[in-house]
Ligand binder design. Structure first.
Ligand code: FES
Length: 92
């Protein structure tokens, strides 16, 4: 089962392969914040430090909104992420 690691704390979250990062967080005490849960508000902004290729690529809409909340090239909206393998993320 893929593991998402939260930097800098090292907290980890198991996510079923092909599963929603948001759903996995809701079923745990993962250190991630969500608002609208629909790719609109930007509260869930994250920066992917490692394993970006293990996440389903962001849509044009998602990446455009993410770029409004972070200047990092690997910024993603946590509520939109589908996990296919291990990754490391930090707050955006
Ligand atoms: S929770 Fe609002 S954009 Fe992700």
């Amino acid at each position: 089962m893929p593991i998402v690691t939260f930097s800098p704390t090292g907290a980890t979250l198991e996510v079923a392969a092909g599963g929603s990062f948001l759903a996995a967080c809701e079923n745990s005490d993962a250190p991630a914040d969500f608002g609208c849960q629909a790719g609109v508000c930007g509260v869930c902004i994250l920066v992917v430090e490692e394993g970006a290729d293990n996440l389903t690529p962001g849509t044009e809409e998602e990446l455009e909104l993410a770029s409004q909340f972070s200047s990092e090239a690997t910024a993603r909206l946590g509520c939109q992420i589908i996990v296919n393998g291990d990754a490391t993320v930090r707050p955006g």
